[in-house]
Design a protein around this ligand. Structure first.
Ligand SMILES: [Zn+2]
Length: 61
């Protein structure tokens, strides 16, 4: 299993992205791109504001 480390949380850059994706945490429309770094790769997952905030908070302990 790959270890994921939070790299950054960024807002979507286009309306097309906003309209075509849902938060993988809760199913609401997603607004943020959450990027993780793993060994040799970047993983991008999409979340709503609320879930992105929760991830940000939990990663800053
Ligand atoms: Zn969510």
């Amino acid at each position: 299993m790959l270890e994921k480390k939070l790299k950054s949380i960024e807002p979507f850059t286009s309306n097309a992205e906003k309209n075509s994706r849902f938060c993988i945490g809760c199913g609401e429309p997603a607004t943020k791109l959450v990027k993780y770094s793993t060994e040799g790769a970047i993983i991008v997952e999409k979340y709503c504001d609320k879930c992105a905030k929760a991830i940000e908070d939990s990663s800053s302990n």
